[in-house]
Design a protein around this ligand. Structure first.
Ligand code: IPE
Ligand code: IPE
Ligand code: MG
Length: 272
């Protein structure tokens, strides 16, 4: 067995891995995997530009990458994966780009149903779905329905998504329930409010990865990311591989999540 170094840490090269990547699974703590990973898949346009391709070719490559990472997360045993595929703000991009993205979505969602079924993946869309073309909405409903009883990884695809809008929509639903006397204002809690979001009772993301080096959240999971560990890589999304994913998870596993406590308090808790 050989080892190699990433960021001054040594990882074992694991030859027999069924996951086809060079980083030793031995160093990845299987008991401390993030339950929920969220990814801002950014950089398709720049990737294409660097190769004098058009932006749409970048998105095509991006879709291939998304499939690879979905498979890998499912194999690793990640419980929830949330991919930011199209933001509410992305509607303002050139019409040809928006149309191409909708086309890609339609074709690939349908063709990926088989893969999701084989891998026991439950698919769910989050976002302002009614704004999507009806043909896309139809496929989304079909895939959601067909995979609804799968018990493996839950894949959330954020489409026409805005974190602020999600919060406003949740407030509206909550206000309706107050008006209908289903709940009293004094009983509103953070947990209850979370339940009104698209993500319902899913756990908050533990790890949020953003590719292409941008140090911003771009209206993604604003409420849910309150204590999420952020990981930004310069790698453009079409260049992102399973190895990059493992690097991000390893980095996450070396962090101390303090949730406002002191390091000393954490040590005492851990010793109990
Ligand atoms: C991310 O890549 C995909 C979408 C937002 C749909 P971009 O298209 O934003 O790529 P860059 O940021 O222009 O490189
Ligand atoms: C965020 O990327 C949205 C997606 C990856 C789908 P953008 O490229 O739209 O974000 P900004 O404009 O750089 O903040
Ligand atoms: Mg971008």
């Amino acid at each position: 067995m050989r080892y190699f170094t990433i960021r001054r840490r040594r990882y074992w090269r694991y030859k027999g891995s069924t996951l086809h990547h060079p980083i030793g699974m031995k160093k990845l703590d299987r008991d401390r995997l993030p339950r929920h990973i969220a990814i801002i898949m950014d950089g398709n346009g720049r990737w294409a530009k660097m190769r004098t391709l058009n932006r749409i070719q970048g998105h095509r490559k991006g879709v291939e990458k998304a499939k690879e990472i979905v498979n890998h997360c499912s194999e690793l045993g990640i419980e929830y994966l949330t991919l930011y595929a199209f933001s509410q703000e992305n509607w303002s991009r050139p019409k040809a780009e928006v149309n191409a993205l909708m086309g890609l979505l339609k074709n690939h969602l349908k063709s990926e149903l088989k893969m999701m079924t084989e891998n026991n993946i439950r698919f769910m869309s989050i976002g302002n779905i009614s704004q999507l073309p009806v043909s896309v909405q139809k496929i989304i409903s079909e895939v959601e329905e067909e995979t609804s009883s799968n018990s493996g990884m839950q894949l959330n695809l954020a489409l026409s998504y805005s974190g602020r809008l999600e919060i406003v929509e949740a407030v509206k639903k909550l206000a309706e329930d107050v008006m209908d006397k289903k709940i009293a204002i004094k009983d509103i809690t953070e947990d209850m409010f979370s339940g009104y979001l698209y993500t319902g009772d899913m756990p908050d993301p533990d790890l949020l990865i953003r590719t292409s080096g941008e140090m911003r959240i771009s209206n993604f999971l604003l409420w849910q990311a309150a204590y999420t560990e952020l990981y930004v890589t310069e790698t453009l999304w079409p260049d992102f591989t399973s190895t990059h994913l493992l690097e991000a998870i390893l980095d996450y596993q070396h962090r101390e999540r303090r949730f406002g406590l002191t390091a000393e308090q954490l040590r005492i808790r851990a010793a109990r």
